[in-house]
Design a protein around this ligand. Structure first.
Ligand SMILES: N[C@@H](CCC(=O)N[C@@H](CS)C(=O)NCC(=O)O)C(=O)O
Length: 200
């Protein structure tokens, strides 16, 4: 199996951490989505990472689909079996992923739009989504199961990325999330290797 990723991507970090947690052997292929490389587009017509290509050539994309695939493949190593715990985990995962989606749009507004075409009111709306999500995430984290799940990897990917892309925001506004991130490597030591980091 191989996964297309970039070192900064919160979603790619999520699936690479989940794969390690499941002891899955995957090859990681560093990818620049902005260049729309042909091998990535062949795996994911949306041109986004992460995209996973199985040994038989089947391609899967979107971090949730990929993590769910790992979970099925390994007999439930990433998601709880009971409906109640599954629901809590999936809600945290969806919240973390949705915050990432909103924040990434604000990053892309700066990266891809010329200054005179940027629309601050739209950026502010995305930030309000992210801020509401972060407030809810803080309350939801307390209800996660003991064992690591896709929710932990989604949150660790998001917060790890925010720690350099939105430097100081968590410490100033969401200290409980900042503490959660600081404590995460104790639960999952491979975060130091697989967590998001600024592109070199
Ligand atoms: N919902 C997707 C989001 C993936 C995503 O937005 N990835 C970003 C990088 S962090 C990307 O590939 N962006 C390039 C683009 O949007 O063209 C997931 O969970 O995998």
């Amino acid at each position: 199996m191989r996964v297309y990723y970039s070192s900064a991507s919160p979603f790619a970090a999520k699936v690479r951490m989940a794969a390690r947690h499941c002891d899955l052997d995957i090859e990681s292929v560093a990818t620049d989505t902005g260049a729309e490389p042909a091998d990535l587009i062949a795996a994911n017509p949306l041109g986004k990472i992460p995209a996973l290509v199985l040994d038989d050539g089947t391609a899967l994309y979107d971090s949730r689909t990929i993590c769910d695939y790992f979970d099925k493949m390994t007999g439930g190593q990433l998601l709880p079996a009971t409906l109640d715990a599954w629901t809590r985990v999936k809600l945290v995962e969806a919240t973390a992923d949705g915050i990432g989606d909103a924040l990434i749009l604000t990053v892309y507004e700066e990266r891809y739009r010329p200054e005179e075409k940027r629309h601050q009111a739209w950026v502010d709306m995305q930030m309000r989504k992210a801020d509401r999500g972060l407030a809810v995430l803080e309350t939801l984290l307390a209800d996660l199961p003991e064992q690591l799940t896709t929710a932990d990897f989604a949150v660790a990917g998001l917060l790890g990325w925010m720690s350099f892309r939105f430097k100081g925001k968590l410490e100033a506004e969401r200290p409980a999330l900042s503490k959660w991130l600081a404590d995460f490597p104790e639960k999952f030591p491979a975060f130091a290797e697989l967590g998001p980091r600024p592109a070199a």
